[in-house]
Design a protein around this ligand. Structure first.
Ligand SMILES: NC(=O)c1ccc[n+]([C@@H]2O[C@H](COP(=O)([O-])OP(=O)(O)OC[C@H]3O[C@@H](n4cnc5c(N)ncnc54)[C@H](OP(=O)(O)O)[C@@H]3O)[C@@H](O)[C@H]2O)c1
Length: 290
């Protein structure tokens, strides 16, 4: 018997290849290649055709850009806000105006019951959930000596517990072949002064994604974290002068800070058919800032 063959003379390589092709094909089928919606060219099925996405914290910023991008890719999207109902409604209106399907639901991710309701509404409206993006997050910056208990608790409740609440619902509800994304931050690697509790809270996203990917083994669900760098949203811009922002932009290899659409594009790639093999990883999407 030669290396790479079994006793029946069948190449071990062929078996492995066949198994891999089979499992990939199953996942692709599960991810809706047979769905009817088409891209603008009419030749390729849209990545999200017939699929459903829930994006937490999508009334503004990265979440809003993600909701719009996934809708553009054919997903039916559930938009979520904590307080800014008018912003959430505006995102839905924009998606609908572009020919997409979306609803919005107010739910505070810190409350497990509200997160459960968010997913139930998505399932009831669209028939299931295929993609969940745990995006809702808050940031308070201060050196250790000045960080207040209140700010620390809000970050941990929203970023660590709120994302856990979202990922738990996702683990129980996302259909086979789906995708789960948790939004980390490049600050987990950059570790700049004043970012201590925030960076620690975002590091949990990377651990959550890696462990959840393993727990969902056999279901063809890929789970990843995405770690944006500096992105032009109120979370980053508030409290900074134009000069400070320009200074940050100059220090990045691409000469600007990120736009929410840059991160939405990375999320859309991981949620598309070509992103399936990336699983349990953290993708640093930051224009090279580290
Ligand atoms: N911007 C950056 O430079 C940057 C960099 C790395 C990572 N990130 C991460 O990216 C994610 C999005 O940040 P962003 O910059 O887009 O922030 P943003 O512009 O401040 O938007 C935050 C979004 O989260 C929602 N939200 C906040 N607390 C919530 C809660 N308890 N329950 C439900 N929704 C809640 C907000 O809803 P309301 O509108 O109702 O308040 C809003 O839709 C966060 O996880 C953040 O940590 C951002």
């Amino acid at each position: 018997m030669t290396e790479g063959s079994n006793t029946n003379g069948v190449s071990r390589r062929n078996i492995l290849t066949a198994a891999a092709v089979g499992s990939a094909a199953t996942a692709m089928a599960a991810f809706g290649t047979a769905a009817s919606a088409q891209t603008a060219t009419g030749t390729q099925p849209a990545a999200g055709a017939g699929r459903v996405a829930v994006v937490t914290g999508s009334s503004r910023g990265i979440g809003a850009a993600t909701a719009k991008r996934l809708a553009q890719d054919g997903f039916k999207v559930t938009v979520n806000c904590r307080v800014n109902r008018d912003h959430a409604a505006a995102v839905v209106k924009e998606i609908e105006a572009a020919g997409g399907e979306a609803i919005w639901e107010q739910a505070d991710v810190r409350d497990p019951a509200q997160v459960r309701r968010l997913f139930e509404v998505a399932e009831r409206t669209f028939g299931g959930v295929d993609v969940a993006v745990a995006n809702a997050g808050v940031m308070s910056l201060a050196p250790f000596s000045k960080m207040t208990d209140e700010d620390f608790d809000t970050m941990v409740d929203t970023n660590v517990k709120g994302s856990f609440n979202t990922l738990r619902e996702a683990a129980n509800r996302v259909r086979d072949g789906g995708r789960i994304i948790a939004i980390s931050s490049s600050i987990v690697q950059l570790r700049s002064p004043t970012y201590g509790p925030y960076a620690a809270s975002k590091a949990s996203m990377e651990i959550y994604a890696n462990i959840l990917a393993k727990e969902l083994a056999g279901r063809k669900i890929s789970v990843n974290a995405i770690a944006p760098g500096l992105v032009a949203t109120s979370l980053f811009l508030d409290g900074k002068t134009d000069e400070q922002v320009a200074g940050f932009a100059q220090r990045t290899p691409h000469g600007r800070i990120g736009e929410p659409t840059d991160i939405a594009a990375t999320i859309a790639f991981l949620c598309g058919q070509d992103g399936w093999w990336i699983n349990g990883q953290t993708v640093y999407a930051n224009g090279g800032v580290i």
